[in-house]
Design a protein around this ligand. Sequence first.
Ligand code: FES
Length: 155
Amino acid sequence: MSKIDEILSRYREGSHESLIPILQDVQEAEGYLSENAIVHIGSFLRMSTTKIFGLATFYDRFRFFPGGRVHIRICNGTSCFINGSAPVIAAVRETLGIEPGQTTRDGRFSYELTTCMGGCNEGPVLFCGDNYKTRVHPEDVPDMLAKLKSLSDLQ
Ligand code: FES
């Protein structure tokens, strides 16, 4: 039995209200929501993959690509943008050498841009692991990523 089948066995077939918990479980188990997983879930819930994808993209927490061991979410909402998210994003891009949605070759880092994460007064905000980092300055980014790199070596 695949991981996804095992997850689906905990839910009632055709039960649309189970969609979000299923997506959460699958993402937790697989790290992201693959196209294959969405098709599988759609068949189980009798929902179109377009509808599932549309609903899932509404929530920032879902990811549609296999991320790095360290995955960073950078808020690019209006307040964070006004508070300087663009130079922070540029610093992350330059330090890691990848674009949002990509993963570094060593599989260590990935990042994505998100909408508001609810910390508008303390922007720019980014989220990594279980931690929010607030009032991030672009000059802090190289050190922050170096620390995260050391931590990921321990994982
Ligand atoms: S706009 Fe970034 S936390 Fe609200």
